[in-house]
Design a protein. Structure first.
Length: 147
């Protein structure tokens, strides 16, 4: 079977990259990856990524940027190499910094009742950026994808 030929999900990915990695390995093994439109999967209350009662880890019902960005870097390093992953680090860092700057500039204009959630989103951006820089240092030091 396909699973036996390409192997299981790569456990080095924390959450977001397993499907990308698996699909690429499936294609490299000669199988076809297809979308089955009528197939449905239900995640009860976001239970697949629940952190401290928060469904997303960001306080806003969004993706967990730290896990998303580091898994994308892990995937880039694994499938495209060190140089490509280095460019991905730069793109994520620049995009994250710009996003954080705009986020900070808009903070005073947020309605009072939305400010706590807005602050949590800003903290999620800062945490994700820090993770990108940690990933880069670890990958550079060990010459392998950071764990």
């Amino acid at each position: 079977t396909c699973w036996e030929k390409v192997g299981p999900l790569d456990e080095r990915f924390h959450f977001y990259g397993q499907d990308l990695d698996l699909c690429l390995r499936v294609r490299q093994a000669g199988w076809r990856v297809a979308l089955v439109p009528d197939f449905r999967v239900m995640h009860h209350h976001g239970a697949s990524i629940c952190a401290s009662g928060d469904q997303s880890g960001t306080g806003g019902g969004r993706q967990n940027l730290e896990l998303l960005w580091t898994d994308l870097l892990r995937w880039a390093h694994k499938h495209r190499g060190k140089r490509w992953a280095g460019r991905a680090v730069l793109a994520l860092a620049l995009g994250g910094i710009l996003r954080l700057l705009f986020h900070s500039a808009l903070a005073p204009f947020q309605p009072l009742d939305e400010r706590p959630s807005y602050r949590e989103q800003g903290q999620a951006l800062r945490t994700a950026l820090a993770a990108v820089f940690r990933w880069r240092r670890a990958a550079t030091a060990s010459n392998t994808p950071a764990e």
